[in-house]
Design a protein around this ligand. Structure first.
Ligand SMILES: CCCCCCC[C@@H](O)CC(=O)SCCNC(=O)CCNC(=O)[C@H](O)C(C)(C)COP(=O)(O)OP(=O)(O)OC[C@H]1O[C@@H](n2cnc3c(N)ncnc32)[C@H](O)[C@@H]1OP(=O)(O)O
Length: 308
């Protein structure tokens, strides 16, 4: 007899999501930038005012490339509605994120998202679901960004034969396998501090998962208190790279890969180490007090900053 509590991979990968929309203004861009720590290091961090304020009479505020991860978030169809997908949403963790920026992000826009299931894997103790979203500027119809999100669904694995676990992916290469942390001295190191209410501020950008705000849910999920959104930690890391390697120019970022290695507690200090190799910046983020790596990945650049 079929196990009705187990995932049905054939149903899952056949699922089609409806298109969604997302409209944002400069206010959303600024709230996001503050949520990932912009201007938080010194009282007046003039280098980052451009993310929240029309500095020196500039016409538009600048948009961090990681802002694009929000496009599909609010409209992201509820995963619990996917036929055949059985999991406890309290145990979901963000595993990986890949982002391509096809055009510099406007400071306000209306977006059309097309989301598809791009992968599904049985890891025994967990299942990994991969979603791919292409986001188009509604007005021009041009592709702005591509986002691939991998979610790690603890407790949802074990639905296939353990000697030949189910795996499906439409990606040619898993970027995680293409990335190794160099043994040499980093090209730059940047220390930043998340604030105790960091997750409460970041959630205002649209990820209201109670894992980041509700102490009881956090306990059920296995944490002593609410943890930081993975994409918030990624926002801190990419800001550090833009500051140290891109000389403050967010439009130099072409693509970003991130694997979330360990949870971060709001209030922890983050140390981002970066190694510049050609046009690729390999990075690793550590939680300072625990001296543990929490995030690693790479950022590919369009060009090098003039002074490098
Ligand atoms: C639609 C909704 C979209 C919205 C998404 C965002 C929602 C947010 O609100 C949620 C969050 O932000 S959660 C916070 C951010 N994420 C985290 O803190 C997770 C940190 N990582 C971990 O805890 C572990 O790596 C952990 C637990 C992930 C894995 O550790 P282990 O259980 O020890 O796994 P391990 O035994 O090492 O490996 C098992 C297999 O899984 C693969 N794998 C490991 N870590 C992965 C990761 N981070 N992402 C993807 N795959 C991963 C391994 O490669 C291994 O597979 P294989 O055996 O084939 O190599």
């Amino acid at each position: 007899m079929a196990d009705n509590s187990a995932c049905n991979p054939d149903l899952i990968i056949a699922h089609k999501f409806p298109d969604t929309t997302y409209a944002y203004t400069e206010r959303d861009v600024a709230v996001y930038a503050l949520g990932v720590g912009a201007c938080g290091r010194d009282a007046v961090d003039t280098d980052e005012l451009k993310y929240v304020y029309h500095e020196n009479g500039q016409q538009f505020i600048k948009v961090l490339p990681t802002f694009s991860t929000l496009f599909s978030l609010r409209g992201l169809p509820q995963l619990s509605g996917v036929p055949g997908l059985r999991f406890d949403k309290r145990l979901l963790l963000h595993g990986q994120q890949y982002i391509e920026i096809h055009k510099p992000l406007p400071s306000n826009a209306s977006i059309l998202n097309k989301t598809a299931i791009a992968g599904f894997h049985d890891k025994g103790k967990a299942a990994i679901l991969e979603l791919e979203t292409r986001s188009y500027e509604k007005e021009s119809g041009e592709l702005l960004t591509l986002n691939r999100t991998s979610v790690f669904l603890r407790g949802a694995g074990g639905f296939s034969d353990p000697s030949k676990p189910f795996t499906y992916s439409n990606y040619p290469v898993n970027p995680a396998s293409a990335m190794k942390i160099p043994k040499t001295q980093p090209s730059a190191v940047f220390e930043d501090c998340t604030q105790p209410p960091q997750a409460l501020l970041y959630r205002l950008s649209g990820d209201y998962n109670p894992l980041h705000s509700d102490p009881m849910i956090a306990k059920v999920a296995g944490f002593s208190r609410p943890i930081l959104h993975g994409l918030c930690t990624l926002g801190f890391a990419v800001r550090a790279i833009i500051k140290c390697i891109c000389r403050g120019d967010p439009d130099m970022v072409k693509s970003i890969f991130a694997r979330f290695l360990l949870h971060v507690y709001p209030g922890e200090a983050l140390i981002t180490e970066m190694w510049l190799e050609g046009l690729r910046v390999i990075y690793q983020v550590k939680a300072k007090e625990r001296n543990r790596a929490v995030l690693s990945g790479y950022v590919d650049l369009h060009r090098l900053a003039a002074s490098l």
